[in-house]
Design a protein around this ligand. Sequence first.
Ligand SMILES: O=P(O)(O)OC[C@@H](O)[C@@H](O)c1c[nH]c2ccccc12
Length: 452
Amino acid sequence: MRLKVCGVTGEDQLRLLAGAPVDLVGLWYGVPGGPADLQLAELAHLAAVARAVGGPEPVLVTLLSDPAALCAAVAASGVSRVQLHGYTTPAQLRAVRAALPEAELLKVLHVRQGRVVESALLEAYQRAGADVFLFDSVGEDGRIGSTGIPLDASAVEAVLPRIDRPFLLAGGVSVAGARAHRAARQHPRFLGIDLDSGARTPDGAFHPGLIREIRAAWQPAPPGLAAALSCARLPVVMELKARSAHGQDLFRGRSATRLVAEYTRAGAPALSVVTGEWFGGSAALLEEVAGATELPILVKDFFTKERQLATARAAGAAAVLLTASVLPRTVLPRLITAALALGLTPFVEITEEAELAAVVHPQACVIAVNNKDIRQREQGRADLTRSLRLLPAVTATGTPVPVSASGIETPQQAAALLAAGYRGLLIGTGLLGSVDLDSWSATLARESELAR
Ligand SMILES: O=P(O)(O)OC[C@@H](O)[C@@H](O)c1c[nH]c2ccccc12
């Protein structure tokens, strides 16, 4: 995520921001009457200082849309990013694009009274050569730029399906505001945020501590389970399960935090936490794991109600287990849809091909074949051939990462399932019981290299 701080007027501010987590600084030029407006010479001087201190890169923020004036400002300052903050028309933007072919052009989209003022022109701006969009709120009185007014999330979300450029969000950006913009923050084209008043103490001074807090709050969540598995060298969801179905203690005195550290060192792309009581799990276990990792977390419990999914999400889940064999046929589709609406990946476990019929939106789900039988509380023996048998049917649903779960004990078994075409594995007991996790995962890496 990129963070831009707008309205810098002095060298001392640039030096202060060089030590803060800031990527871009906005220098105002051609903003008549604006509190941070600079003369051309000041703009050029501050841009030079910004380059010299090696901190955030400058952006020329302007209400101008005249190509000649903008060319002169770019030439004098050497700033190659231009934020067109006014009501520039697509034709004007096209002329600026032609005059400054190398510049990065950020077009501001104004949000006023619940809608994007330029909504009808989005495609035209894209065709005219806008590189980035920046949503900003307009004051009641029509004032634009650094209004401090919180940006309307639904107005932004309404137009996101139509834009194919990266975008920044601005307008009263604060720690508290991050929540309302969750959907936009998770959008693949979300580029970052732009702050002005939110970055300052009441006396107007920039405050690195505040900026750091806002950055942390707005940082998009880590990638979902499917993405994490697809990019992983070892696509193994490593599970924290306190007890086996037979009541055997699997943590053996190790804390959850310590296990998280061991799994992370072994290269886990994602973790699974069993919160179900049968397996000695609890909400406290999830809380401890969520506090100790940034990796996506799959929560394994017997979810039957939408409310439970929301609770899991709030506790830090990225994915939730939905067990096809124990959920009535009408309930599974409802829970899948509810999970997706909450931004959770449904991790749907099946044991028979027929159960796939109730899996809606398979492209957005991770579908796992459970090698044990959960209806017998996992007491029976594992049958890894079930995974091999069901793989073609699972793949045919269009799920991006078919997973084989349960009963995988050795790295050799794991490598064989990956070689057969599984894109992910879920392993608990085999890892928790191994004496040396690092060598377990090193063996798997070696075996799957050989199989390739
Ligand atoms: O420990 P194993 O055999 O590697 O299995 C892990 C996981 O699949 C298993 O814990 C599990 C599968 N389905 C569940 C449902 C609830 C709780 C736990 C589970």
